[in-house]
Structures are given as C-alpha cells and as structure tokens.
Design a protein around this ligand. Structure first.
Ligand SMILES: CC(C)[C@H](C(=O)O)[C@@H](O)C(=O)O
Ligand code: SF4
Length: 475
C-alpha cells in the first residue's frame, strides 16, 4: 500500500460509506457533550422521536456555565442554572454518563477526556465545541461540530464529513529556556495568520514536538482551530502510551498491549504526501504575547506592535486599526513593562496540572503585585485535587493567587468570572476576541509562565529574565 499520513490511516478506518462526489459517512468513537451546544440537539431528537443510538459512547460534563466558587450551592445565574439543569435532565433521559457539578470527574470537556483515558490514539472524536482539536494530541482525529451535527451523532454515531486537506508543520530543534508549547503555537499562528490553516487538518511533527509532554502537546493541538484549521494532531509515541497507561477508562493489561501494537502503526509513513508542508526552528521561537483581537496578532514578548501599513489589503488594515483601538494600543509601542490588572490562568489550553506546577515553581515564596487580580482556574476536579495534594494551593495562596474551582470561567465569561471593561488581562486561554472575557475586556494571550511573572511584577514581563535564576533556585 502506498505511504499514508497519520490522518488518512485513521480516517480510512472509520469510513462507513463514501458518497460519490460527496462527503464520507464517518464513524465516531467518542462524542463529548456540554451544556451549551447539546440542548437543541436533544430537543431535535425528541421532536422526531429518535433515541440516542449508542449512549455509552457519549460523555457529558458541565463546564461553560458553571461558577468557580461555591459549586456545592445551586447556580445563582438563572440562565446558567437552566443550561446545566437541562443537560442533567437530557443525560438522565437518554442514559448518558454525566460528570456534572460536584462529580469528581467534572471539568472542562477537553481536559477530562484525556485525563480519564477516554481519549485514545487512533480514535475519531467529536464535540459541539471548536477546541475539540485538543484531543488530536493523542494521535486521534478530533474536531468540533455544530449543534445539528451533535444531533446527527447522537442519532447515528456517525457524521457526514468531507476529507480535509493535509498540512504538516515540522518544528525541529530545542526550545530556549522559558519558552513553552503555548509560545510555539502562538508563534505559528502569528506566522501564518488566524486563517492560515483554513481547509486543513494539521499534523505537528519534528524533534521539538516529540520532546513535549502530553499536556504541552494538547496546548498546541488545542489552538489549531485558531489558525482556521479543522483540527491538529500529533503521532502517538511512548510519551502518549505512558500517559494513557493506567488511566481510568483506558484499556488495561493485555488489551492495552494489543492496542499499543496497533497505535504504533499509526504514525505517518515515510514519503507520505501532504498538501502543504511548513518548517520552523524551535530556537527561533521567543516567549509570545498577543496585542490584538485575533490569536494571529502576536509578537515576541520584547517585540514592538507592528504598523497597519504592513497589512496587505485595505479591509484588513481597517480591522487591524480597529483591533488596536479596542485594545488601547499603538503601532510601534512595546508591550513589555505595560501595567496590567488581571491575570487569568485557566482554560482548556493551559489549566492542566503541568501548567499549574509551572506557575507554582515560578511564584513560590513570592507575592503578586498589588494592582493585579490573579485567578487560577484548574481545568478539572482532578487537577484541582492534585494541585491541593501537591501543596500548590498553599503556594498560590501565599503568593496572592486565588485558586478556584474548575470550569471555563473567564476564558469566555459565560459565568460570573469576567474582566471589567477597558482592563488588560494576560490570559493563558486561546481567544482574544472583542468582549471575549467580558464586554470591553482586553485580552493578551500568553503562556502560563509569562502570565505568572507578569502577575508578580504587575506589568507585562519577560519570563527569560527570571527563568535562569529561578530554575537554579528550584534545583
Ligand atoms: C461555547 C462553545 C460553542 C465555544 C466553542 O465552540 O468553542 C466555546 O467553547 C469557545 O471556546 O468559544
Ligand atoms: S475553556 Fe474556553 S476555549 Fe476551552 S472549551 Fe471552555 S470556553 Fe471553549
């Protein structure tokens, strides 16, 4: 058989039927649902008198609308409460496992799937949520779908999909100290723009990617959607198998060994063709930060905000100017040293245990600046528990960072956690759209390390300045 890509191997195995000149009918192994995009899908099923075809392959959690304080109490916001209640009711009616509020497995959908071992290599995974691309880090085809497609998957466990184009982004070399996977992905998007991946499914490869932990790989795949790509993926390897091994819903014992033998056949064959190939050097990647209102508007932390004149067409120049105006920033200015008042460490991009550990290592024994409100929202109940067991909660408390309960929180402000109008927030999330963190809020996307050092100083800071000293101090 001719050389095939990781993507094609998984896709081909899941095609139930090919429609001539049309999309494929693709079998879906795992379907995640949450309270925002599932109610209309269930309502549609009920209207048509259809039941859920394979309820065991759908897993639900409440994440977007949940408060991050006092989760044991009824949700105060009426709309949020209704959304979560509706999810609970739908799951009960259709026999779907729900990790709702106060369940030990509750958390952001893209954090809990992997940590519970539900997400595995070789699978097709969908969710009515754009950042489903996160699960691609395991060597799975994972992508976000719309509400009508959620209904389709509930009813049939299949989805109609046209095969996208394939892109490979290879990053070789070694990252500089203080540079993380968040910087890799912000760098790539700044290079190819927020629409540079449109129409593609991206595979990330190269020695810099291979050396990343699963958490770090998830951060990269998570943001694939922010360059317009349908999804992102990374070939499974020993790092992947080690992560999956022993997780609650992962195969065990002999079954696992059999699966690993299969997973080892998935990586892209030598000579397989991609529609587009891009190459970067890890050494060229600095700590990154965004200055605008799409994730492609990013610069090196010590860089200057570009001029509108550099933008190619008039319509884009106008939206570039509008973005700077919204952000209260000017071309030619540096962000470094700029005072900020909010720091948000959370979201499905960067709220896993490794992210929290990195932040803790940096802030241990220090104090956040007085002008800063620093919030840490763990990605899941399990992350929260682990953080407490490791004593990270005390480190955060002593440094003046507030560790709250899991949920999407100020990533999109669908609950009470919002950034006030006009305020700057350095955020570890994935979107900096107008009003994303609250009406008029100004979001600057960055890594957890950049967010942490910025919270300590009270102004936008370069983690490289403290990194060497810090890693020495921590041995
Ligand atoms: C609410 C949901 C549909 C949305 C998404 O699809 O991404 C959200 O998770 C987001 O990050 O904006
Ligand atoms: S954390 Fe943010 S990006 Fe992730 S699913 Fe929730 S709202 Fe979407």
């Amino acid at each position: 058989m001719s050389a095939r890509t990781l993507f094609d191997k998984i896709w081909d195995r899941h095609v139930v039927k090919s429609i001539e000149d049309g999309p494929d009918v693709l079998y879906i192994d795992r379907h995640f649902i949450h309270e925002v995009t599932s109610p209309q899908a269930f309502a549609g099923l009920e209207r048509r008198g259809i039941s859920v075809f394979r309820p065991q392959q759908t897993i639900a959690t409440a994440d977007h609308n949940v408060p991050t304080k006092d989760q044991h109490l009824p949700i105060r916001e009426l709309l949020s409460r209704q959304q979560v209640d509706k999810l609970t009711e739908n799951c009960a009616n259709h026999g779907i496992e729900l990790y709702g509020l106060n369940h030990p497995f509750q958390g952001i959908v893209h954090v809990i799937g992997p940590e519970l071992g539900i997400t595995q290599p070789g699978m097709t995974i969908v969710c009515g949520d754009s950042h489903t691309s996160t699960h691609g880090a395991f060597g799975a085809i994972a992508f976000g779908i719309g509400t009508s497609e959620v209904e389709q998957v509930l009813a049939t466990q299949c989805i109609l999909q046209a095969r996208p184009k394939r892109m490979r982004i290879t990053i070789d070399g070694e990252l500089a100290p203080g540079v993380t996977s968040k910087d890799i992905i912000l760098y790539i998007i700044s290079q190819i723009s927020a629409s540079g991946g449109t129409g593609y499914f991206v595979e990330y490869a190269g020695s810099a990617i291979r050396s990343l932990s699963m958490e770090a790989r998830m951060t990269i795949c998570n943001m694939s959607i922010e360059m317009g790509a349908r999804g992102g993926m990374i070939a499974p390897d020993e790092t992947t198998f080690d992560y999956v091994r022993g997780r609650k819903f992962a195969p065990q014992g002999e079954e696992l060994e059999k699966m690993i033998a299969y997973w080892k056949t998935l990586p892209t064959d030598e000579g397989a063709a991609f529609d587009t190939e891009l190459h970067y050097r890890a050494e060229d990647i600095p700590p990154m930060i965004t200055y605008g209102t799409n994730p492609g508007m990013g610069i090196a932390i010590d860089g200057t905000i570009p001029a509108a004149e550099g933008v190619e067409n008039e319509a884009e120049r106008a939206s570039f100017r509008k973005a700077l105006q919204y952000m209260g920033l000017e071309s030619g200015a540096k962000l470094l040293g700029k005072p900020i008042s909010y720091v948000f460490i959370g979201s499905c991009t960067n709220a896993r245990i490794e992210d929290l550990r990195q932040v803790a290592a940096l802030v241990k024994g220090k104090q956040k600046a007085e002008n800063v409100n620093a919030m840490i929202i763990p990605g899941s109940k399990q992350v929260e528990l682990q953080a407490r067991e490791e004593g990270l909660d005390r480190i955060f408390a002593e440094a003046g960072f507030e560790l709250r309960q899991p949920g999407c929180s100020a990533c999109l402000g669908m609950n009470e956690d919002k950034v006030p109008k006009g305020e700057y927030c350095v955020s570890t999330s994935n979107r900096n759209f107008e009003g994303r963190q609250g009406p008029g809020a100004r979001t600057l996307l960055a890594s957890p390390l950049t967010a942490a050092v910025t919270a300590l100083n009270g102004y936008i800071s370069d983690v490289r300045e403290v990194w060497a000293e810090q890693t020495l101090a921590n041995g």
